[in-house]
Design a protein around this ligand. Structure first.
Ligand code: UDP
Length: 421
């Protein structure tokens, strides 16, 4: 896309609680980190400079250049160590002061602020007011939605978060959402005006996630022979609903000619993460499928294409999912996905074409779809090819084009409501 005008040249991105430099898959680093980095790098290829501000949580260097035009700047605010999300809130004021001081010391002028997650939004609100520039905010997840679809044993989101989200929603010029579902949720549950909502689908890095990779080396490394192989990729927390996948493995035991193995890639995340991981291990053992459910822990992002290639079908069982990048990565690697029909998963997976969408959290129904795919090589290959084709509709360059258009529109007109139509 050619740029209409160079009104926006430098953007301040706020990713307060989680650095895009953190390896995703456990703790607070997940899809949002991939989103922030993927978008910033694609915007940089189009000539826009991005500084991503994050709370400093280790001794690493304060300014890291991750690509030409993309820097991650760690701001001192609170102790330089990992903290639970809620424990980071008291340091927002220090963080805002640190960002302002950094911009002043480098004599930088930002044309727009784009924040990710509600705490960042609170900081960004103050920065955009101080610099008098537009504010774009991406929620990634919403407390009211999480509370509505709370998994058994999960903790409801706090009143502080609900209040913070409302503040950020009111202050943002545009709320960028990943799916039309999220748009409806913001409109219906939070009363966000439609003319301030803009859907931009996230992308996937097709240079990393590609089909045709040889499954054998990774299968051999994992000691897999001819087992039918399911894969889950993501953080482990009650919201991700992994119990359904484990119970499905139990359903499939004895129902298939081949043994079935479920690889679980990712680590515990959030206050209930460790307990959930332990509960899932106990569940697998109580169902006597502990030899077939393998918890591999968090894996480097760059190693995931090989893991997708080593699997036959990827599963996603979330109670709610704002987008579901792992499902898209699986498709980009030519793997079908059986998923619960929630949020972005319903948008990524074409039911009966690139995988199956399951409306009930019933292991026999979920397992039935898995069995259909696992026991028919030709069908699985056809679904895999369709999945790959579908993934081509998503790319960070496309997302960046849409964000760039939005940014420039916001900078150009006095009335931002005209920008989202
Ligand atoms: N991921 C990873 N290593 C892991 C587990 C997950 O790199 O061990 C990545 C995965 O590839 C995906 C992201 O973490 O890009 C998870 O994003 P998703 O949208 O599926 O879930 P979220 O983290 O946003 O809840």
């Amino acid at each position: 896309m050619s740029r209409r005008a160079d009104l926006v040249n430098r953007v301040a991105v706020v990713a307060y609680h989680s650095s895009p430099l953190a390896e995703p898959g456990s703790g607070d680093a997940g899809g949002m980190s991939i989103f922030v980095r993927g978008l910033a790098e694609a915007l940089a290829r189009k000539g826009l400079r991005t500084d991503v501000f994050t709370r400093r949580n280790d001794d690493a260097t304060p300014v890291t250049t991750v690509a030409d035009g993309v820097r991650v700047i760690a701001i001192d605010a609170g102790p330089p160590e990992s903290l639970e999300k809620d424990a980071q809130l008291p340091y927002l004021g220090d963080f805002v002061a640190g960002v302002r001081a950094f911009a002043a010391s480098q004599r930088l002028r930002y044309d727009l602020v784009h924040s990710h997650y509600w705490q960042s939004g609170l900081a960004a609100k103050r920065l955009s007011t101080f610099w008098d520039v537009p504010l774009v905010h991406s929620n990634h997840t919403l407390a009211k939605v999480k509370n509505r679809f709370l998994a058994p044993g999960d903790r409801p989101e706090s009143d502080r978060r609900l209040q913070g989200e409302a503040e950020v929603i009111a202050a943002s010029d545009v709320l960028a959402v990943s799916t039309d579902d999220e748009l409806q949720q913001l409109a219906c549950l939070y009363g966000a005006p439609h003319d301030r909502l803009k859907t931009v689908y996230p992308g996937v890095d097709h240079a990393l996630f590609m089909s045709g990779l040889a499954p054998q080396p990774t299968r051999a490394r994992l000691g897999l022979t001819d087992e039918a192989t399911l894969l889950y990729v993501g953080r482990i927390q009650p919201l991700k609903g992994l119990e359904l996948a484990i119970r499905s493995v139990d359903e499939l035991s004895g129902a298939m000619e081949r043994d079935v193995v479920l690889l679980v890639v990712g680590g515990a995340s959030g206050p209930a993460g460790d307990a959930e991981l332990e509960r899932l291990r106990l569940l697998a053992s109580s169902l006597s499928v502990d030899d077939r459910v393998r918890f591999l822990g968090p894996q480097p992002h760059s190693s995931l294409p090989d893991l997708y290639a080593a699997s036959d079908v990827v599963v996603a069982c979330s109670h709610t999912e704002s987008f579901g990048l792992a499902a898209l990565e699986a498709h980009a690697c030519g793997r079908p996905v059986v998923a619960t029909a929630v949020g972005g998963l319903s948008h990524i997976v074409a039911d009966g074409v690139t995988g199956y969408l399951v409306h009930e959290r019933d292991p026999s129904v979920f397992a039935g779809h898995l069995k259909t795919l696992l026991s028919d090589d030709e069908l699985r290959q056809r679904f895999g090819a369709a999945a790959l084709a579908r993934s081509n509709a998503f790319g960070w360059d496309r997302s960046a084009d849409e964000f760039l258009e939005l940014y420039e529109c916001l900078a150009a007109v006095e009335h931002p409501e005209f920008c989202t139509c």
